[in-house]
Design a protein around this ligand. Structure first.
Ligand code: MG
Length: 255
């Protein structure tokens, strides 16, 4: 797929979609506590998306099994689950690492963002994993300057993970975003040995590092969606949708 550069008016549509996604994450965070069901969090998210005149982009999204599109409006991935966890009867418990990923479409424009939370007071290694993943996302965003290349983003993310010894998930990467949730180019979170395309104004990207306390190896559960660490180690995931302006990156998924 060709990379699409957005006009200023189109970027404005992207901002509106990004704002709805940011509101959803803030709403879910405010309700995230021991005993709350993941289905309830999903219902709150979907209600907010629809109330905003938006459409939940994850719901019905096709996956590995054509007979099992994603059944919910947000992904809730717990502990060793990296991404694509399905909300349902499971309840949130104290001591869990909970990653929330949300997507919404406003007037045809997509927003996509994710955050990881700890329920309660995290042990230091887990606090550090979560905070470092967030910082790596911010480093990746800071590297998304006009004139740089896509490979500079992955290098910046990898450089934050490496001193900590974290596993950097390779099977899932960031992506272009716009009229579709996943557009070209792919945005790996590690050095691929290739510079990749040039970053220029109007490019919109989702930057989303996923780190683990163990290996980078991941596998899918039999539900055809949930991606977990193969070694059972804890995982964290942060994501922002951004646009590139002449002056540098601008975060779209913010309130
Ligand atoms: Mg994404």
């Amino acid at each position: 797929m060709a990379v699409s550069l957005k006009s200023p008016a189109e970027v404005d549509g992207m901002r509106r979609a990004g704002r709805v996604v940011a509101e959803v994450l803030a709403l879910v965070e405010s309700e995230l506590r021991p005993g709350v069901s993941t289905a309830h969090l999903d219902a709150l998210a979907e209600a907010h998306i629809r109330r905003s005149g938006a459409v939940p982009s994850f719901k019905g999204y096709p996956g590995a099994n054509p007979r099992r599109p994603f059944p919910a409006s947000i992904c809730i991935s717990i502990d060793a689950e990296i991404v694509h966890g399905i909300p349902g009867e499971r309840t949130i418990r104290s001591g869990q690492v909970v990653s929330i990923d949300a997507g919404a479409i406003v007037d045809g424009w997509h927003g996509d963002a994710a955050r990881t939370f700890f329920i309660g007071e995290p042990p230091e290694p887990v606090r550090s994993l979560i905070e470092t993943t967030r910082l790596a996302m911010m480093a990746g965003i800071a590297a998304a300057q006009p004139g740089n290349h896509i490979g500079d983003i992955g290098a910046a993310v990898e450089d934050v993970a490496r001193p900590m010894g974290y596993g950097v998930i390779r099977q899932f990467v960031g992506h272009g975003i716009g009229r579709a949730m996943h557009e070209d180019p792919q945005v790996p979170n590690y050095r691929t040995g290739q510079a990749g395309r040039r970053i220029e104004p109007g490019l919109c990207l989702a930057i989303e590092p996923m780190f683990t306390l163990g290996s980078y190896e991941a596998m899918m559960l039999p539900d055809d969606w949930t991606i977990v660490t193969r070694d059972g180690s804890l995982a964290a995931h942060f994501e922002h949708s951004i646009t590139i302006t002449e002056h540098g990156p601008e975060i779209l998924t913010t309130v």
